[in-house]
Design a protein around this ligand. Structure first.
Ligand code: CTP
Length: 153
């Protein structure tokens, strides 16, 4: 009998932490189904992804450990998906530890260790620093140019 594993997440700016957890989750069963949070659901969660939903879903679907990537549209969907896909395991990173224990009347609930030192939040922070540096270097160039113009006039 096929053992289906279910997980959910935003998977924005797909990184090695995402890949590692999908690999570990697939190893817990035979079929891995991933609910990718839509942009609308992210807005409810207070998150604004950089990469639009359809692209995030396409990237997750292309990962070899993933059998099916579906949209995640609300908090209540998990129980419906467990029934719909006959899931036996619900798994997610330890940052959610304890948050989904109530599902254990229907599935085995597991929390897996996160990959150290990387997250979408951190990537966004690094990218925004790059952006600030870029703006600063443009300003410096403008200052130099206006100084040259002044000296010439
Ligand atoms: N995850 C992980 N290791 C990381 C980052 C994420 O195992 N370093 C896992 C999360 O625990 C979750 C899944 O990847 O099960 C999707 O997480 P998501 O929230 O989309 O990624 P984060 O990088 O944690 O994003 P954010 O910083 O916005 O919370």
């Amino acid at each position: 009998m096929t053992k289906t594993v279910l997980t959910y997440g935003t998977f924005d700016l797909f990184h090695i932490g995402h890949l590692n957890i999908l690999k570990r989750l697939k190893a817990e069963g035979d079929r891995l189904i991933v609910g990718v949070s839509t942009d609308e659901f992210n807005a409810i969660k207070g998150k604004k992804p950089v990469v639009p939903f359809e692209q995030r879903r396409e990237i997750v679907q292309a990962i070899e450990y993933v059998d099916l990537a579906i949209p995640e549209e609300n908090w209540e969907q998990k129980r419906l998906d467990i029934a719909k896909y006959d899931a036996k395991v619900f798994g997610i990173g330890e940052d959610w530890k304890g948050k989904f224990d109530d599902l254990d009347d229907e599935v085995q609930v597991i929390y897996l260790p996160r990959t150290d030192g990387i997250s979408t939040t951190e990537l966004k922070r690094v990218l925004s620093e790059f952006d600030e540096r870029h703006v600063q270097s443009l300003k410096d160039t403008l200052d130099t140019l206006s100084q040259i113009v002044k000296e010439l006039s």
